[in-house]
Design a protein around this ligand. Structure first.
Ligand code: CA2
Length: 147
């Protein structure tokens, strides 16, 4: 079973517990369950992680080199600050889809720039936590051999 990594950055452990007007009512555990269900439909497994520490996210991207079909990443605030995460993703060949729960372009101007978008094959923003499921479907279609 090939694996899709789903990586989540700082504070996303608070999902569903604070600021539901911005990020909705689903918890990160709900998002993980949704991701597993969708991936399984296509015969994929999921490695699902969240960290408040930049180096842990970088280490998981390195680990994904070994066995991942693709990466879905919501880098959270590291989106707007981290050249280190961009560098790690640049060294990873399979598809990368960047997800934001909120529409970052409707928010403060400092959220309009993403380092990760320089590498991402696709970006989803403002579709709520459903964006994760759509990102997994996109990874599957990008990795499927042509019929
Ligand atoms: O919209 C997104 O998914 C973001 O990546 C979320 C980040 C933010 O810094 C980005 O600009 C956009 C913030 C994640 C914080 O998550 C929380 C969830 C619930 C309550 C508090 C924080």
């Amino acid at each position: 079973m090939s694996l899709i990594y789903v990586l989540n950055g700082p504070n996303l452990n608070l999902l569903g517990k604070r600021q539901p007007h911005i990020y909705g009512h689903e918890t990160l555990a709900d998002v993980e369950a949704d991701c597993r269900r969708v991936a399984l439909e296509f015969g994929h497994g999921i490695r699902f992680h969240q960290s408040n520490r930049e180096y842990e996210i970088i280490d998981w991207i390195h680990e994904a080199h070994e066995d991942a079909a693709g990466i879905v990443i919501n880098p959270a605030a590291f989106t707007h600050t981290s050249v280190a995460i961009l560098d790690a993703l640049n060294a990873f060949a399979p598809p990368v889809i960047e997800v934001h729960i909120s529409n970052v372009h409707k928010r403060e101007s400092f959220r309009h720039h993403s380092f990760v978008s320089h590498r991402a094959d696709g970006v989803i923003a403002g579709l709520g936590t459903e964006g994760y499921q759509l990102a997994i479907r996109r990874i599957v279609s990008l990795t499927k051999p042509p019929a």
